[in-house]
Design a protein around this ligand. Structure first.
Ligand code: ZN
Length: 242
């Protein structure tokens, strides 16, 4: 089986379409949450995702914020403004689609959690110090996460240590290496200084996870954001990949 792994699309239709056009052949899509928030096309990205015949999705903090299931007092003002705008835009069927998604799932002998297996909605998994508690919070060989929008790998080591490393385009991770937590990076708002959309592909026969990047027309997304009245800094950050 080949799984296309997507995270943090954030209503960025141009980035999502570029990824779907660029992706090698796959059997199924695994989506790690934050379909909406920040970007200008919440309904259109939901339509795209739902049109994929075999797809498993979880929900992220920005999806819950747009649904009113999470207090946006914890958000920065720009993210809050975008969440409020998104709430006014989502069609009832898109709300219903997101409303039934869970923040964590254990399908396919892989765990999917938006932030971390310990705290799927809020925790930003960034450092080796979060490793032991995170690996203790799920069963099985691999957990896929999003939320930080940074492609990064956590490898469980003996004696409660964790090896953390950032990955780049074209890197191939051997899934036989040990227990892993893997973040493919963000599709719709990358934050590792590279503005190109990030995604991954798992090949269960080859036991590999490959990291990909693809360019998309950032200017088109930015123009839509400004026309929609979304905050200017949210549009500006897209071309910087921050
Ligand atoms: Zn996100």
């Amino acid at each position: 089986m080949r799984y296309l792994v997507l995270a943090d699309i954030h209503a960025n239709l141009e980035a999502m379409d570029a990824v779907l056009a660029d992706a090698p052949p796959f059997d199924e899509v695994l989506f790690l949450g934050d379909l909406v928030g920040y970007g200008p096309n919440p309904n259109e990205v939901a339509d795209r995702l739902r049109s994929i015949p075999r797809m498993t999705a979880i929900v992220g903090n920005h999806d819950w914020a747009a649904l009113g299931k999470l207090d946006t007092a914890e958000f920065n003002p720009l993210a809050r403004q975008a969440a409020e705008w998104t709430a006014t835009q989502m069609r009832p069927d898109v709300r219903a689609f997101l409303d039934v998604l869970e923040p964590v799932t254990g399908a396919h002998s892989m765990v999917m959690a938006h932030g971390s297996p310990r705290d799927p909605i809020w925790e930003y998994l960034e450092s080796e110090f979060q490793g032991p508690a995170s690996f203790a919070s799920f069963q099985g060989p691999i957990c896929l996460v999003g939320h930080t929008h940074v492609p990064r790998v956590f490898l469980d080591q003996p004696e409660g240590r964790t090896l953390v490393f950032d990955v780049r385009e074209g890197d191939v991770l051997d899934l036989s290496t040990g227990r892993l937590i893997v973040n493919p990076g963000g599709v719709g708002q990358p934050r590792d200084g590279d503005p190109r959309a990030a995604y991954g592909l798992i090949d269960t026969d080859e036991r590999s996870f490959t990291f990909y990047r693809v360019q998309y027309p950032v200017d088109v997304t930015q123009k839509k954001m400004l026309e929609a009245g979304l905050p200017e800094p949210l549009a500006a950050r897209l071309e910087l990949g921050i």
